[in-house]
Design a protein around this ligand. Structure first.
Ligand SMILES: [Zn+2]
Length: 214
């Protein structure tokens, strides 16, 4: 049992079995510990309404993809005043709603995307057993960027390669907090100028050396 535990994406997931997938890689079948707390009224339900399944890409193992196939309990809310009739347990500590990978995979994807650009990140991730496209890298970076609330005042602007290195976008970094704040899908001067117009709070801009943003 302890070896199965190593395949779990989080403490609240118990792993039932680990198998080879038909397409290579591994399938980890597990279930989320049932909690039964209604997200609307907060009351605890004891009336089960079945299960739903959710598949998530997780950390690779031995250089191969790992897919977690999770059974998540559905419940019936019996509170008379609650508008919600049924609900499923939430996976919040493991994955965001509608995400196709675990949050820890999302972290790796955005760190690599930040460091290397979309296409190089895609290649590296593939070698590590994380098959994601450069679109996914871009999406992940943008998602992280949206989570940054405080307006930036000191920024860095640089090229960011994606789509088989034939396309360059622009990465904008908050240099004080060292976080990506936006990714523009091209490196056009007009796009960049428009972005700066929408962010009048920016006081200092550090540019790359090739002169495209001069
Ligand atoms: Zn309820």
């Amino acid at each position: 049992m302890s070896s199965k535990k190593h395949w779990s994406p989080g403490a609240e997931v118990s792993v039932q079995c680990v198998e080879r997938s038909d397409f290579g890689g591994w399938i980890v079948s597990g279930s989320l510990t049932p909690s039964g707390i209604c997200p609307d009224c907060g009351l605890h339900s004891r009336r089960r309404h079945g299960w739903r399944r959710r598949r998530l890409q997780d950390y690779p193992a031995h250089g191969e993809e790992v897919t977690v196939d999770l059974a998540i309990c559905r419940w019936r809310c019996l509170a008379p005043a609650c508008p919600r009739r049924t609900f499923a347990d939430q996976l919040t500590s493991i994955a965001h709603p509608f995400a196709r990978s675990t949050s820890r995979v999302g972290e790796i994807v955005s760190h690599l995307g930040h460091a290397t650009g979309g296409r190089p990140a895609e290649r590296l991730l593939h070698r590590l057993g994380l098959g994601v496209s450069d679109y996914t890298v871009l999406r992940q970076l943008k998602k992280r960027a949206q989570g940054t609330a405080k307006p930036p005042t000191v920024i860095g602007i640089d090229d960011w390669s994606w789509r088989k290195s034939q396309t360059y976008g622009t990465i904008i970094v908050d240099l004080e907090r060292r976080v990506v704040i936006d990714i523009l899908e091209d490196r056009d001067v007009v796009t960049c100028t428009n972005w700066l117009k929408r962010h009048p709070e920016v006081k200092v801009i550090s540019r790359d050396r090739c002169g495209l943003y001069a």
